[in-house]
Write a protein of this length. Structure first.
Length: 454
């Protein structure tokens, strides 16, 4: 028994029912108006499309056949696609005979749609309608939030050079804003974060918006150099400093008046750490093999994926150096912690000839990205090279299998029956509880010989 006016989500909604049976339209009219909704009936696809053209509609409930003699469901499929292409966001409930369930399942995969087998159960239809409206609201909110962030980013970009950084997450927006703010100051910045997360991009933003942006920008990767060469690289050498050494200026001198990015700082050994501390404090150093003290003015940006605090704990990193460097610390979150950035980044890495199919984008969003943005870039580049078609599908991404969701164990009859009992026959809810997709639960119910209609 359905209580009148129990669902505020349906209140004042406009529901379009497209069904050739006046009896169906009348029944739905009663059902939905008890919830405060307004029902508009349309007897044919053409009439339904005309209504949609004329006025805003919150929800469509459509039949699959519109003539007494038609049973193929083809008309319904065509109508569904027509509505979808013209009104991509309007939720659609397909009312279908059990024989067309497969077709309906295929159609609703695209989202913002659901299906019910005829004859329908009133309470279930209301729940389905309410869920779809809730989903649409959530999507609209998410879209509004995305729009706001894009605007915030555009505003930031009018004032600062963002070096082409792509993001839509709040976390990155905050981080990039901070980078632009600290850029002017003449203080060292420490950028931490996992491999490939975009630390260097952030360093570039700091450099590009700093007071010394016209000066040199020197990057040195301390992780790529053998320990004994690091000091020579940073501070330079005098002829004869060691066998075969020629006079050579170091990176500090090269960066004088500009910015020096010390990448993979965690790899610097004790002697180098002591020298670095001295330059940071006084700007002074000597080339290897020289007694002449030189002075430079260099803005230091350091980046590392090592946990420096842990390194201090096991005496691998000097605490005083750490405190010198981390006056400002920017922590780049792993890509998986900011899923809103995944699709924008993926689209950014595509070449001009390719696009991503919707299921491919979903697969990207679900993958955990242990290699962060760099891994995403490589996946997209590879897919562009290897994909046979202009639209890259999920399979062409060739994502490592380890990331795929583990198969849920197949529930036995008792589990299915009790889940259905608890959900009062609501298949969606039961499926959620069992950790299955609704289609999978239907297949399971068929196999177990359970009735799929209450
Ligand atoms: N927000 C972003 N927008 C556009 N490109 C990005 C972004 N973040 C990262 N990238 C790209 O991803 C790749 C890896 O980023 P980056 O080199 O900055 O990472 P990292 O944190 O310095 O990595 P590592 O720890 O390996 O040094 C680069 O090609 C970079 O241009
Ligand atoms: Mg880097």
């Amino acid at each position: 028994m359905v209580q009148p006016g129990t669902d505020p989500r349906l209140d004042h909604r406009r529901v379009l029912v497209i069904d050739d049976s006046p009896a169906v339209c009348a029944a739905l009219e009663v059902l939905f108006s008890l919830q405060g909704a307004q029902v508009i009936g349309a007897a044919s696809p053409a009439e339904g499309l005309a209504v949609l053209q004329r006025q805003p509609v919150d929800l469509v409930i459509q039949d699959m056949n519109f003539r007494r003699e038609a049973t193929s469901g083809e008309e319904g499929v065509r109508l569904f696609h027509d509505i979808r292409s013209r009104h991509p966001d309007v939720p659609i409930v397909l009312m279908t005979a059990w024989t067309h369930l497969e077709t309906a399942v295929e159609l609703v995969k695209a989202g913002a749609a659901d299906y019910l087998a005829k004859p329908w159960d009133d309470a279930r239809l209301l729940t389905t309608a309410s869920n779809l409206l809730e989903l649409r609201e959530a999507r609209a909110e998410a879209a509004a939030l995305r729009r706001q962030r894009r605007e915030a980013r555009a505003a930031l970009e009018r004032r600062f050079n963002l070096c082409g950084a792509v993001y839509e997450s709040q976390a990155m927006h905050t981080l990039v804003s901070m980078a632009t703010q600290v850029a002017h100051a003449d203080v060292p910045v420490l950028i931490t974060g996992p491999n490939g997360s975009g630390k260097e991009v952030l360093a570039d933003i700091i450099q590009a918006n700093s007071a010394v942006r016209a000066g040199p920008y020197v990057k040195v990767n301390l992780g790529a150099l053998p320990g004994e060469l690091i000091e020579a690289e940073l501070f330079g050498t005098e002829t004869g400093a060691f066998t075969g050494a020629r006079a050579r200026i170091g990176r500090f001198e090269a960066a004088d008046g500009g910015t020096l990015l010390l990448d993979e700082l965690g790899n610097l050994a004790a002697a180098g750490q002591a020298k670095l501390l001295r330059v940071l404090q006084s700007g002074q150093f000597e080339r290897l093999g020289s007694n002449v003290t030189r002075t430079v003015r260099v803005r230091i940006v350091a980046a590392t994926n090592t946990d420096l605090r842990a390194a201090i704990g096991d005496n691998r990193f000097r605490e005083d150096l750490y405190y010198r460097l981390n006056v400002i610390e920017l922590e780049v979150p792993p890509l998986a912690a900011r899923p809103e950035d995944i699709v924008p980044l993926a689209r950014h890495f595509l070449d001009a000839r390719h696009s991503l199919a919707a299921p491919a984008e979903q697969a990207l969003e679900q993958y955990p990205w242990p290699g962060n943005v760099r891994e995403l870039r490589n996946v997209i580049r590879r897919a562009c090279l290897l994909s046979q078609s202009a639209q890259i599908d999920a399979a062409a991404l060739n994502l490592p299998a380890a990331a795929q969701q583990p198969e849920a164990p197949t529930p036995d009859r008792t589990a299915v029956e009790s889940a259905l009992a608890r959900s009062e026959g609501n298949v969606s809810r039961a499926a959620r509880e069992l950790g299955l997709s609704r289609q999978a639960l239907y297949r399971r119910m068929e196999k177990l010989g359970l009735k799929t209609e209450a």
